[in-house]
Design a protein around this ligand. Sequence first.
Ligand SMILES: C[S@@+](CC[C@H](N)C(=O)[O-])C[C@H]1O[C@@H](n2cnc3c(N)ncnc32)[C@H](O)[C@@H]1O
Length: 271
Amino acid sequence: MPGRPLTSRPGAVVGTVTRGTTNPNRLRRCDRWIVARHARYLRGLPEPVVVDLGYGASPVTALELDDRLRPHVPGLEVVGIEIDPARVAAARPLERPGLTFRRGGFEVPLDGRRPGLVRAFNVLRQYDESQVPGAWATTADRLAPGGVLVDGTCDELGRLATWVEVTVHGPRSLTLSWRLRGLGRPSVIAERLPKALIHHNVDGEPVHALLRDLDAAWERAAGHGGFGVRQRFLATVDDVRGRWPVEPGPSRWRLGEITLPWAAVAPAPPG
Ligand SMILES: C[S@@+](CC[C@H](N)C(=O)[O-])C[C@H]1O[C@@H](n2cnc3c(N)ncnc32)[C@H](O)[C@@H]1O
């Protein structure tokens, strides 16, 4: 794992309070992916625990994660963790069987239990890029064997979303997810890239080349638009697949979602 845990001080709350902006339903794209990609793994855990880290001023996204995942993971426990004590106090009245809230940070305090998945959305975007590897390492250290951290960013209404899947070995994949209706060009997602990539959307960097290629393929696929925006997007993905290792899965592409190995988009080494 690149980066060192941010602290080794036992009991320390790791991180800082940031803006609490959230919105109902804005994490639906990521939740749908979590169900598709990780529900089976979570079902296999003896004690499946999933954390919504940094749920914000209202715990609505934690309730939604619980609603969406529970039908697929019997015995699931969802824990909302916030670094701001006032936001924990505000969420507590909404606790229910299998869903609780507590204070904490990237160290993910769970009384010794290890989460199979930690979803941290719109949390690291308010940190400095230099803090990302340490935050990833701190949280990944807490995961159950085979577990993942999902570090993502989205717009206010969740029409554009991106996330990095991180394991104890480091970042594994990047997923980009667009609402296809009304999409002007794929690169509009640039402003919602995760912190680890957003400053790398410049000439010479892989993520910039990917977005440029997607835009060019989108233009070439304009003729498919007559069959609907979904057909245009499928043709776009088909076009770039020759040059980019987009994971197989037309059923995901139809949703306006592509996943690539992290190695394909990782920032170029400095120098
Ligand atoms: C912009 S809100 C995101 C809310 C929700 N996750 C969403 O995407 O709609 C970010 C929240 O993360 C919290 N936060 C920041 N750093 C944190 C950390 N290290 N651990 C837990 N919460 C953190 C902030 O206090 C804030 O409430």
